[in-house]
Design a protein around this ligand. Structure first.
Ligand code: AHR
Length: 521
């Protein structure tokens, strides 16, 4: 049975919208389980090139048009010393974060080379746990100073790379607010360490784009911004909404999808804190770790605890819930593209990532296709749009989520329309500056056979985008159950005579504005 109440989307064409950063479609890889070793980096595999990079992984990653990749952690980085991972003699080290021995055969140069292979810019997160401001800024010297500027740039040359590695993005620390992190700090300690580290890093490379570990929490982030905000370009926040690190019991569809609006709330809270520090317009947000599903890594050094990490690789976990949550996450970031300048799926490969890698091939999980659609099909500017939607029974979120973009030539609108209902189609009335849309338009739809469908080694294309047409009649189209639809409407619009009844704008439990979705009082 279709949803009874239609959703309404009203897109304004009176303003060309806001340009957003493609870094919102960013990536993250950590030295954790098989993300790197046995994932993207598999020397000796028949599927790898001479550098040890899996070529099928590179090909798949390039489909996602990745703008930026964050590395090497995550918790791993807070006791990582970068010098162990450069030069001919790599010293294995015991990784105190994840309690395994890291061979260090994948280090700075391998990371920068892999980023170049997939067409992304490198983003290095530094060790502010056991590391020092000097060690962090030495890493910037090693990567970015021209040869002949002292010990570290000369060492890079001696290691076979006379030209700078040109790493543009640098983060000071990772989640140092958490007692789970090596070298956790108090808010006061953190503010001063970030200030001093930022000063030193910028004295090495004043063009470096600086980020640091923050959170949507006033007590942590306000002192940080007051002390170090003048040196920072972005504050980093993280989000995992289905908490699975201790017990691996992934939430079912409706429970998972009910978290779809949480990211917009954390974005708004962080915007408010930046404003409280009088840094609005100066400091932006990087959601540089995000995923519906938290990683499973029960504590304890026992072999059982470490082998339990294999449970992250159960491909049946990643259904249309993960896909549609991810679509809503992107919509939340893009609606606030004026402040959210980067977001990095955590991670990109294996664990909970969009790409599963096994010794004989790869599996594009449901979230891979959402990332490919967002990174590949949207226009460059987000248009102002308002809307209403009925509420999804059992989930307390709107049935429909929507985003409208305009391409750089201002001749094509692309609508991203999400139907979160796991079983029912929903009508959606679309108006462009008050005119109803009519006609048949090219579209790409991702839905799968049912809400709990997933891709796996033996079913690679159970969920795969399909090219189709969307029919609008007097402004109304119908969105399939559990689906993401992206449709392209070329301008000028040949609109119908009758316009959607504006009164319908008032129906619906939920209202959409630039700030996101809010419940009708
Ligand atoms: O579960 C993975 C961890 O999540 C990352 O290493 C860390 O940054 C975050 O707490």
């Amino acid at each position: 049975m279709p949803q009874e109440t239609p959703a309404v989307v009203d897109v304004s064409l009176t303003h060309p919208g806001i340009a957003y950063s493609r870094n919102v479609f960013g990536h993250f890889i950590e030295h954790f389980h098989r993300q790197i070793y046995g994932g993207l980096f598999a020397p000796g595999s028949p599927l790898s090139d001479g550098r040890g990079f899996r070529e099928d992984v590179i090909e798949a990653m390039r489909e996602l048009r990745p703008p930026v990749v964050r590395w090497p952690g995550g918790c791993f980085v807070s006791s990582y010393h970068w010098l162990d991972g450069v030069g001919p003699a790599r010293r294995p080290h015991y990784d105190k974060a994840w309690r395994v021995t890291d061979p260090n055969t994948f280090g700075t140069h391998e990371f920068v080379a892999w980023c170049e292979a997939i067409g992304a810019e490198p983003y290095i997160c530094t060790n502010a746990g056991t590391g020092t401001a000097e060690e962090m800024s030495d890493w910037v010297e090693y990567c970015n100073l021209p040869q002949g500027n002292g010990h570290w740039s000369d060492l890079r040359a001696a290691n076979g790379h006379p030209e700078p590695l040109a790493v543009p993005y640098w983060s000071i620390g990772n989640e140092n607010y958490g007692d789970w992190e090596m070298g956790a700090k108090t808010a006061e300690e953190w503010a001063i360490l970030v200030r001093e580290s930022a000063k030193m890093m910028l004295r090495v490379d004043e063009s470096a784009v600086l980020l640091t570990a923050a959170r949507a929490d006033l007590d942590w982030t306000l002192p940080l911004l007051r002390e170090a905000g003048r040196y920072l370009d972005m504050v980093s926040i993280h989000g995992y909404w289905d908490k699975l690190h201790d017990v691996n019991e992934p939430s079912p569809y409706l429970t998972a999808i009910s978290r779809s609006l949480d990211p917009q709330d954390e974005i708004q809270h962080t915007i408010d804190i930046i404003g409280a520090a009088s840094l609005a317009g100066k400091v932006s947000i990087a959601f540089d770790e995000w995923n519906l599903r938290g990683w499973h890594h029960p504590l304890g050094t026992s072999e059982a605890a470490i082998s339990a990490r294999e449970l992250n690789e159960d491909n049946s976990t990643y259904t249309m819930a993960d896909a549609l949550f991810s679509a809503s996450f992107f919509n939340s970031c893009l609606r606030r593209g004026d402040v959210v300048k980067m977001a990095n799926i955590a991670p990109s490969i294996n664990t909970r990532g969009p790409l599963f890698v096994h010794p004989d091939g790869i599996v594009k999980r449901s979230t891979f296709h959402v990332m490919a659609m967002y990174a590949g099909l949207l226009g460059e500017r987000v248009l102002d749009s308002h809307g209403t939607s009925p509420e999804l029974d059992g989930a307390s979120v709107p049935v429909v989520d929507s985003l409208a973009t305009l391409d750089a030539s201002k001749s094509r609108i692309t609508l991203a329309l999400v139907n979160r209902d796991p079983a029912a189609s929903v009508a959606c009335d679309v108006r462009l500056s008050g005119h109803s849309v009519d006609g048949s338009y090219p579209a790409t739809v991702l839905d799968g056979p049912d809400a709990d469908a997933y891709n796996d080694v033996d079913r690679l294309d159970t969920i795969t985008p399909r090219t189709t047409k969307v029919e609008f009649r007097s402004g109304r189209c119908v969105l399939p159950p559990h689906s993401l639809t992206m449709c392209h409407i070329d301008l000028p619009l040949h609109h119908s005579e009758g316009d959607v009844d504006a009164g319908r704008m008032l129906n619906g439990d939920w209202h959409l504005s630039t700030a996101g979705w809010h419940k009708t009082s």
